[in-house]
Design a protein around this ligand. Structure first.
Ligand SMILES: C[S@@+](CC[C@H](N)C(=O)[O-])C[C@H]1O[C@@H](n2cnc3c(N)ncnc32)[C@H](O)[C@@H]1O
Length: 309
């Protein structure tokens, strides 16, 4: 049975084996990465189901600047967090669904471990945060959701000030709760990508990051980009599904994600705009990496890292 090896992790992250730390290798060794490639009738069933859901729009859609879904979802996490007396396990987002097939190297695969995706994400996040955020005193996560990334970053770098921003009130309350209950050096703040708050103070040399958050802006990311260009953080790290990077002309697996992206009205056009800014000397692209791993519907973890100039 195939299994993800450390070299596959390095390849997926866009690095080399010798750049994976001892801690990363240890974390990889602790989990079961076996999977079965879905072929024939099983693969057809998945593709057909996705195409039917796409045609009939039976997917969660982004529309009309509607945040009710997030208020509800993060409200549940906030309740659990408060009822448990502030347990960090209560922040685990429910959108990573255990036991589901995932996308891997442009195939659908069925992992042996039901928690394959969330285990993978924990290792990916640890690698990303320690490699890319360690140098910053001020770190902002836009669209911070349940606050579980904010909590992780705050624990890794207790001296850094970490701000978690989201348009959903329970998210802000969770981040504030992290400070009150755990003494983390964090702050929660309301923020809407569609109507950026210019009064937000972003000290020189700050880093910003997003994880599966800008995906929610469809083609309406222009105001947020203008805001970033004005605030000029030292670095922007986006871990997002990227529409433009699917090979939809040659791969049926990719075609389903590409189509789902359109129907869900997910993030489109942003990478092209950053390229254009770079051509005009207004941005520097530091890394672009398609991740070749994702959930059943889209590949959510690709890397677009850049600097506004
Ligand atoms: C898929 S969740 C990701 C949350 C978190 N980054 C994570 O990794 O779990 C998308 C997040 O984007 C937020 N979001 C969506 N549209 C937004 C907007 N217009 N302004 C600010 N946040 C938004 C949602 O409230 C939600 O928290």
């Amino acid at each position: 049975m195939p299994s993800l090896k450390p070299i596959d992790f390095a390849d997926i992250f866009g690095t080399t084996l010798d750049h994976l730390s001892e801690a990363t290798l240890k974390a990889i060794a602790a989990e079961n990465w076996n999977y079965r490639v879905l072929e024939g009738a099983e693969r057809d069933a998945i593709v057909l189901d996705l195409l039917k859901r796409i045609e009939s729009r039976r997917l969660t859609l982004v529309q009309n600047e509607d945040k009710s879904r997030w208020e509800r979802g993060w409200g549940e996490n906030l309740d659990d967090f408060e009822k448990s007396g502030g347990k960090l396990e209560a922040l685990q987002p429910k959108y990573i669904r255990p036991g589901m097939p995932v996308r891997l190297f442009r195939q659908f695969v069925q992992p042996e471990d039901p928690n394959f995706e969330s285990n993978w994400y924990s290792i990916y996040r640890a690698w990303f945060v320690n490699k890319h955020l360690a140098a910053y005193d001020n770190i902002f996560e836009f669209g911070c959701g349940s606050g579980f990334n904010v909590a992780y970053v705050a624990q890794q770098f207790p001296k850094a000030h970490v701000v978690g921003l989201d348009w959903a009130t329970p998210s802000v309350d969770i981040v504030e709760g992290l400070r009150a209950k755990h003494g983390f050096n964090v702050a929660g703040r309301r923020f809407d990508f569609f109507h950026p708050d210019e009064s937000l103070d972003m000290p020189m040399g700050s880093a910003i990051f997003t994880v599966g958050a800008l995906e929610q802006t469809g083609t309406q990311w222009e105001k947020f980009l203008d805001f970033i260009m004005r605030k000029k953080p030292a670095c922007c790290f986006h871990i997002e599904p990227i529409y433009e990077w699917y090979d939809h002309e040659h791969s049926l697996v990719d075609y389903t994600a590409w189509k789902a992206h359109e129907v869900r009205n997910f993030w489109r056009g942003f990478p092209g705009k950053i390229l254009e800014l770079e051509k005009h000397g207004r941005a520097r692209i530091l890394k672009t990496k398609r991740i070749n791993f994702g959930s059943l519907v889209v590949e959510g973890y690709s890397q677009l890292f850049w600097q506004p100039l």
